[in-house]
Design a protein around this ligand. Sequence first.
Ligand SMILES: Cc1cc2nc3c(=O)[nH]c(=O)nc-3n(C[C@H](O)[C@H](O)[C@H](O)COP(=O)(O)O)c2cc1C
Length: 457
Amino acid sequence: MTADLPATATRADEGQSLRGFLASLDDDQLIRYTVRRRDFLLGAIVDELEKRDSFPVVQLTDPDTGAKTVANTFANRDILKGRVHNIMDVERKALEFGGLEMVRNPPCQQNVREGALVDLSALPVFRHFPGDAGPYITSGVVIARDPENGRHNFSFHRMQIKGKNKIGVSLHSRGDLWRYMAASEAAGKDLEIAVFIGAHPAYYIVGASKVPPPQDDYSWAGAYMNAVPKVAKSVRAGIPVPAFAEYVLEGRVLANAREDEGPFGEYTGYSTSRSTRNVFMVDAITYRNDAIWQDLVPGFAWEHLLLSQLTKEIILLNKLRQEIPEVKALCLPKNGCHFHAYLSMSPQADGQAKQAMLLLFGLDPYLKLIIAVNEDVNVFNEQEVWWATATRTQADRDVFIVPRVLCNRLDPSSEDGMAAKMGIDATKPAGWDAQRLSLPESAREQALGLIQGQAPA
Ligand SMILES: Cc1cc2nc3c(=O)[nH]c(=O)nc-3n(C[C@H](O)[C@H](O)[C@H](O)COP(=O)(O)O)c2cc1C
């Protein structure tokens, strides 16, 4: 157990909080530095750790004030696996978590600043890359209500601090919030939102997930935490917010107002000014005593990419398997930054791998390259995928390209929101007779014993 809890909360309460999550980490899963937070530092620490194949949660403690900042919370599949439930069957599990539990005097409202007392410059927000237009909140998840049915939606949006109570925000992924905003603007109304910063990872994973309607994003948070979400009504608009969040901002995305936002260092590894240029006016900030600032290292960092990949891989795999049960596994590799996918399958006929790839392109507009391999290849091992590509494909027979298809506009090589889609069928063609080398299991077991220091049999 590593993180201290403040006197105001019990450990039982904290099961749904960032603090509870930090307290559950083993010593080798959390690395602590006592240092003042400053521009660029967290990203540099995380980058250097990544270069050393190290993916712990990182905590900075200010030597003067004791204030804490954490980041890299989502960089490690193993850390999340043990602490977030039911990843494979979240859609079914969510059916058990339709409700919300209201918490009176919630920790997230221990301190309340409203109206003229709102001052975003008091938040410990910093710049992440020298090219950024200013300090950005990178870990803010927006909660909004679907204007048609009241369901709650969570989504991530980069937030540029622009003044005491003004934030520039981009809705460029054109998901649910973008649609709610379009409906609000058509009605000439601002859109009420609440934003949490610093919460249990389950809330963040849902923020990065496209929850299929009519499910409520809170029911997915419940499924991932295996508990009914404990919430409080936000102080202005009464939007349910996680009761144990560290910070909550509340306000309105203005109808028909646009202002420059960006550039900002994005998940592609490039700085971009592409933005929907929306304006978020903050009417209230609430926060916990000794609030912990949670940052999410943006750019080409593992946590930025893995957060979306975790649920995307599962949702896409489940959809693919509904149509083509021969598909076995799917990986969105880090270096593809959401644009590449590796899928494994046991094709029943020549051409079926191509069919699976075309279906996957249809399901995810971000994808530009898919490699299909046989089941004997581990899609989570890049070396194996490219070995199969090297030894089982002929470009004139196994590669296809579909030109000018809708894509993600943050791809700097895209044109007019379109990109070419390339599929590589690296599965064995009919009549394949090359034998893959393999070692006897008994020799492998003995070798493992020796490596792990056991006496040789
Ligand atoms: C770390 C992170 C940052 C993101 N930043 C943005 C952003 O600035 N703007 C945006 O439109 N989408 C952003 N996204 C993507 C959306 O939050 C995400 O696609 C979400 O699932 C939208 O789902 P929805 O359609 O259910 O609202 C980000 C995702 C992650 C994981």
